[in-house]
Design a protein around this ligand. Structure first.
Ligand code: DP6
Length: 333
C-alpha cells in the first residue's frame, strides 16, 4: 500500500479561540461533522520552519491507528476525527498513521494544530488515490477541525481566520502580505502541559463567570485586529494580541478550579517585554495552553529584542527562535 507523507506547520493565534459552541442535542454520525466548533473568533499565523510530518497508508485490518513519535496514541482522542473524516470524504476505509514533530509536543507550541492538519491531509491523499477525487482545502480544514479546532487554521498558510460557529477556516492574507512580521518563540519548558486545552476550555465554559464576557468581547477584538492587519499596523495590532491573550487567561483564572499554565519564567518574560516596550520597542506578547511565550515584532527589531531579553534573562540562551509567517500544508512524499 502506498505511503502518503504530508507536513503542516503550527497555527499561532494572535486573536484566540477558547471555548466550543454547545453542540445541538443528538448523537448520530452527522453530529460528528458538526462537532468541535469554536465559540470565539480567532485570527492566526502559520509558523514557518516548525512542522508535524505525517505518513499514512490505508489500513488492511479495519482499524485506525496513530503512532506519535514512535508511541501508539490514545485511540479515543482520534476516534471522532476518523469517523468525521470518513463521513466528509464518503469513504469506509481506515488509516494507519505515523506522526513526528520537529519541535516539542504538547508544550503549548500548537502541536495539535499542525498534527491534525497534516493527519487530515495525508489521510485524504491516501483516500483520493483510491477514489480518484481530489479533496478541496475547505474540506481538509473541516476534517482537521474535528480533531482540533486550531488545526482547521493550520491547513492554510499565512494569516488565517476561524470564525465563531464556522466549520472551516479561511485564509485572510498569503504569507507575503506582511514579509517584515516576525514571531519570536521563547521556549520556557519542554515538558508536556498538565491540562489539555480541550479539558481546560470546557472547564472554563462550565465554571468561569468571566466566560460569557470573553465570548461577548471576541467579535470586536477580532474585527479590530482584521483592520489592523489589513493596514499592516503593529502599533494597533499588538495591543489587540495582548488583550485577546490576557482576556482568554482571565476567563481561565475565573474557572473552578482555576487553570494556570504560566511558570515563573513566563511571567519574567512578560515583564521584560513590558519594560522593552516602555523603552520604545514595538514587541507584543501572546501565550497559549502552556508556559511558552511568543512575541510579535518587525524584522528590524527582532535581533535587538532577543539581545535585550538575553541581557536580563541569560538562562534563555538557546531557547529563542525567530520565525517568519508561512506554514500551511506541504506534500513531501
Ligand atoms: C489557546 O485547538 O488545541 O491555542 O479544539 O479542543 O483541540 P481543541 O483545542 P485546541 O485549542 C487551542 C487554544 C489556544 C488558542 C488558539 O490556538 O486559538
Amino acid at each position: 500500500m502506498r505511503e502518503h507523507v504530508w507536513r503542516a506547520s503550527p497555527s499561532l493565534a494572535m486573536i484566540k479561540y477558547w471555548g466550543k459552541a454547545v453542540p445541538a442535542a443528538g448523537t448520530g454520525d452527522a453530529d460528528i461533522a458538526g462537532s468541535n466548533i469554536p465559540a470565539s473568533f480567532s485570527l492566526a499565523v502559520g509558523l514557518e520552519g516548525l512542522y508535524s510530518e505525517t505518513r499514512v497508508r490505508l489500513a488492511d485490518d479495519g482499524m485506525d491507528r496513530v503512532m506519535l513519535a514512535g508511541r501508539e496514541a490514545d485511540p479515543v482522542r482520534y476516534a471522532g476525527f476518523f469517523s468525521g473524516l470518513r463521513l466528509l470524504l464518503g469513504v469506509e476505509h481506515h488509516w494507519e498513521c505515523c506522526s513526528e514533530n520537529n519541535f516539542p509536543t504538547a508544550a503549548g507550541l500548537a502541536s495539535s494544530s499542525s498534527g491534525f492538519a497534516a493527519l487530515a491531509a495525508a489521510c485524504a491523499a491516501a483516500s483520493a488515490a483510491i477514489t480518484g477525487e481530489p479533496v478541496p482545502h475547505e474540506l481538509l480544514s473541516q476534517a482537521a477541525r474535528i480533531g482540533s479546532a486550531s488545526a482547521a487554521r493550520a491547513v492554510w498558510s499565512g494569516f488565517v481566520a476561524l470564525r465563531a460557529g464556522a466549520r472551516s477556516a479561511e485564509q485572510v492574507h498569503a504569507p507575503d502580505w506582511w514579509p517584515a512580521l516576525r514571531v519570536i518563540v521563547v521556549r520556557i519548558s519542554d515538558l508536556p502541559k498538565e491540562a489539555s486545552s480541550r479539558d481546560a476550555m470546557e472547564l472554563t465554559r462550565l465554571t468561569s463567570p468571566y466566560y460569557q464576557a470573553w465570548l461577548e468581547d471576541s467579535p470586536r477584538v477580532y474585527a479590530e485586529a482584521l483592520g489592523a492587519l489589513a493596514a499592516r499596523d503593529l502599533g494597533r495590532l499588538g495591543p489587540l494580541i495582548r488583550a485577546s491573550t490576557m482576556r482568554m487567561f482571565g476567563s481561565m483564572l475565573g474557572a473552578d478550579p482555576p487553570v494556570l499554565y504560566w511558570l515563573p519564567q513566563s511571567v519574567a518574560v512578560l515583564q521584560a517585554v513590558a519594560r522593552l516596550r516602555r523603552d520604545g520597542a514595538m514587541v507584543w506578547e501572546t501565550m497559549d495552553a502552556g508556559p511558552q511565550v511568543k512575541l510579535f515584532c518587525l524584522d528590524k527589531e527582532a535581533e535587538g529584542v532577543c539581545h535585550s531579553l538575553l541581557g536580563v534573562l541569560p538562562e534563555l540562551e538557546g531557547r529563542l527562535l525567530v520565525l517568519r509567517v508561512g506554514g500551511g500544508l506541504a506534500r513531501v512524499g
